[in-house]
Design a protein around this ligand. Sequence first.
Ligand SMILES: [Mg+2]
Length: 115
Amino acid sequence: MRIGLDIDGTITRAPEFFAFLSKVLMAAGHHVAVVTHRMDRRLTEEELAEYGVQYHELILPEEFDHEIAEWKIEAFEKMQPDIVFEDMLDVVNGLSKSIVSFVPLSHKQGELQYK
Ligand SMILES: [Mg+2]
C-alpha cells in the first residue's frame, strides 16, 4: 500500500502513534510519504526525526504561489496513495474517491468536531 501522512494537525496530534505506524508500515514493505505545506525542509526533517516518524519521501512545495488545499490535493494525488491521514477537510474532499482518508476528531463540550 501507499500511505500519505500530513504533519500539522495530524502527525503533531499523535506523534507516538505515527512513529509506530510509519515504522511498522515501512518494515512490512509499504510506501510512506509525508506531505506538508511547510517551507523549511531541514527543520521539518529534524522534527520528524524527533518524533521518530519514518518515511520514504518528504514532499514540500517548491513555490508558494498557490492555495494550500489545491497544492495538497495535487501533491497527494501525484504520490497515488491508497490511504491518507489529513486534517483539512477541503483536502480530503478534493481527493479521488478511491483514496481512503482518515481525519482526526476531537471532543469539545461533549461533541465530536473535526478540529
Ligand atoms: Mg494538516
